[in-house]
Write a protein that binds this ligand. Structure first.
Ligand SMILES: [Zn+2]
Length: 266
C-alpha cells in the first residue's frame, strides 16, 4: 500500500524504462500511469531519450538532474525545446547547468505527476550532487554517487563527505531498487574481489552479473539490501573490510578513502 492515498484510491505503481546512452551511461524514464507524467532522470543525450519516449509512448514532462557533468546534462536543451518539460536540478550546482526551472536540495519534495519523490543531498562526486527517492515505489535515482558494486569518483568533495552520502543511501529500505548513471558493474566486481575475495554474496552477484551481461541485459537496478552485502564501498565499517586494507580500527571514512584510492589505481 502507498502511504499517500490517491484521489481515486487505486494503487498505480510507478513504471520505469531503462536504456543505454553514450558509451556506458544509463538513461531512465520514470512514468506515472495515473497522470501520464514522465521524468527523464538526467539527460546524457537527447536521441536515446526520444527513442525511449517513442517506444513507451510516454510524454516527457520533467527532467530530474542529479549533477552537472556533461554526460548527464548534454541532452537537456534539445529535450526541453521539444517537450517544454520542467528541469529540476540540484540547488548547489544549478549555476553550472543550463535551462534549469527549479532547484532542489535535501528534504525537498519533487513530484512527477502524482508520484511523490524526496531529494537527498549526496555530495562527493560533485559538490552539489543530489539523489531522488520515491518512497511509495521504493525507487532511488542516485546518479554517479552509488554504482552497483561501486561508487563514483570523489571529484569535488572529499572521502568523508562521500562516505556520509553513501551512508544516507545505505539507510534506504533494503528492497529499494536504485538506478545509477553508468554500467560499470563488471569492472566493479573485479575490483571488489580484491577487497573481499571470500565474500559469498559477491561471488553470487558476480555469477548473476555475468549471466545478465552475456544475455545483453543491464545489471541494474540493484537493491540497497544486496549492495550492503556485496559492495565494498558500502562496507567500509565492516571489520573484515578494514582489516583487508590494513586499516583495522580506523574510522570508516578512512577505510572508504583507502578503498576508493585503490579503485582509482585499479
Ligand atoms: Zn558524473
Amino acid at each position: 500500500m502507498r502511504p499517500s492515498p490517491r484521489n481515486d484510491g487505486v494503487d498505480m505503481p510507478a513504471q520505469t524504462y531503462l536504456f543505454p546512452c553514450l558509451k556506458d551511461n544509463f538513461g531512465v524514464l520514470l512514468h506515472d500511469p495515473e497522470t501520464g507524467a514522465t521524468a527523464s532522470i538526467d539527460a546524457p543525450e537527447a536521441a536515446p531519450v526520444e527513442a525511449a519516449l517513442q517506444k513507451t509512448g510516454w510524454r516527457l514532462t520533467d527532467i530530474l538532474v542529479t549533477h552537472h557533468h556533461g554526460d548527464h546534462t548534454a541532452g537537456i536543451g534539445e529535450l526541453k525545446a521539444r517537450h517544454k518539460c520542467r528541469v529540476v536540478a540540484p540547488r548547489n550546482e544549478a549555476q553550472r547547468i543550463a535551462h534549469v526551472d527549479e532547484t532542489v536540495g535535501e528534504g525537498d519534495a519533487v513530484k512527477v505527476g502524482a508520484l511523490q519523490g524526496r531529494v537527498i543531498d549526496t555530495p562527493g562526486h560533485t559538490a552539489g550532487h543530489v539523489s531522488y527517492f520515491f518512497p511509495a515505489d521504493k525507487l532511488a535515482f542516485v546518479g554517479d554517487t552509488l554504482f552497483s558494486i561501486g561508487c563514483g569518483r570523489v571529484i569535488e568533495g572529499d572521502p568523508e563527505m562521500m562516505w556520509q552520502s553513501l551512508l544516507k543511501l545505505r539507510g534506504l529500505p533494503d528492497d529499494t531498487k536504485f538506478y545509477c548513471g553508468h554500467e560499470y558493474t563488471d569492472a566493479n566486481i573485479r575490483f571488489a574481489k580484491t577487497i573481499e575475495p571470500n565474500n559469498k554474496a559477491l561471488a553470487a552477484r558476480a555469477e548473476e552479473v555475468a549471466r545478465l551481461l552475456s544475455a545483453g541485459k543491464p545489471t541494474i537496478p540493484a537493491t540497497i539490501g544486496a549492495e550492503k552485502a556485496d559492495n565494498p564501498f558500502l562496507r567500509a565499517d565492516v571489520a573484515e573490510v578494514a582489516q583487508s586494507v590494513g586499516l583495522a580500527g580506523s574510522p570508516a571514512w578512512k577505510v572508504f578513502a583507502e578503498i576508493r584510492e585503490r579503485k582509482n589505481r585499479f
